[in-house]
Write a protein that binds this ligand. Sequence first.
Ligand SMILES: [Zn+2]
Length: 532
Amino acid sequence: MKERLYLFDTTLRDGAQTNGVDFSLEDKVELAQLLDRLGLDYVEGGYPGANPTDTAFFAEKRTRHAVFTAFGMTRRPGVSTSNDPGLRTLLDAHADAVCFVAKTSDYHVRVALQTSEEENLEAIRQSVAAARAAGREALVDCEHFFDGYKANPAYALACARAAHESGARWVVLCDTNGGTLPEEVEAIVRAVAEVIPGDHLGIHAHNDTEQAVANSLAAVRGGARQIQGTLNGIGERCGNANLTSLIPTLMLKPAYADRFEVGVGPEGLRDLTRIAQRFDDMVNRAPNRQAPYVGVSAFTTKAGIHASAILKDPRTYEHVDPAVVGNRRHVLVSEQAGKANLIAELERMGIPVAKGDPRLDAVLREVKERESTGYAYEGAGASFELLARRMLGNVPDFFKVEGFHVTVERRHNALGELVSVSEAVVKLHVGGERLLTVAEGNGPVNALDRALRKDLGVYSEAIADLELIDFKVRILNGGTGAVTRVLIESGDSSGDTWFTVGVSENIVDASFEALHDSIVYKLLHAGAKAAA
Ligand SMILES: [Zn+2]
């Protein structure tokens, strides 16, 4: 029988502390579902009462399987639990569990909380009891536990014991400042586990010495059975323990996999790369190419002897099979290997090409050339397919764009309000016909998109259900100055989605290129014929 390890996600709470990350309510709802489906045991949704988004998020339960957890402080010093409005809000939230953050270092009790050690213990006991009385599971995050333990082990332990004895399901030992090393974590957790059973102990590690994952594993070796962390390791300062790295390690490495089981199954594991990418997209962060397991480079080999060995047997230079975490092997060794990849990719798209076809070299050169100027075809499969098809001569000339014109005007409207209005004019040729369309939009790209799709002559019907799903802009600093890359996700009523890319020094130009590709891709896959 394997022992159960519980995974607690705090992306929506501690992860929301990340500089530059700001979740909308919709983001939080989507992420909670994503984490729930992945198989995490706990999803901590935020801090009800602290801001309108978190309060709205806790208006209903947002997970089906995971324990939906609200985060907040123990009752304030010197008031009763029933007279603390913060605690009231926490208990009113539609959550299954409440995670209290409590001070456990005597120094912080004195300096930050300005109360007595005994009053702090009482606040822990009474807050846990109040949550239990309200029918909630209770957890206590012991803030600064490791630093507190090193300075005054008796008091840190007294706090942990107060939480456990008053009925907290989990006593979570936090390395709040993130400076503790794995050997210290393991020793301290082992000592605490002599007082509080390990299956009631959790670890909350920060990454300030880049060892949050190692510290979490050290805590498990010391006896803890709950791990707290975030997707892609986001979080304040250097981040939290990275669940995206921890999950595969726990599931694939015999030292842990033989002893423990987690709530994530093989299917969830295979979804991990996609989830990590989706998450970066949502928070508009450049993915970490070197992220363990899920990064684009995690299974990419470039140098000579490694790559040729990998082609003979992948196990020579891969610690796990990339497919089990939903990633892919990339071998960038030579023209030859590049070509094999390209042929496989084209076959997947239904474009058969003979191995010796000289046009393959031209396509490879073009892709490399364009990627050096800012294009990224890995995230824009539809643009890659069009590029390849164009060079292999099978994209019909559906329509030609003669030119476009976009204006942005900022002025006062009839009500005296300051408004920005964008207008786009597109001139195109469909068959023998010259079309001129004009549309307004809430921004230049929106106006351009509307004008482009307003009247496409014989193709209007074929693109009627085309929809822009997402629009991402990234400024790249190349050798010759900044260029803008626009990535567009489109979809249609069949549920298909596709990604296109545009690059230019000008954001409107880059957007236009991506929009244009999206429409051509849609027409191609709708089986439209050239209007001649
Ligand atoms: Zn934290």
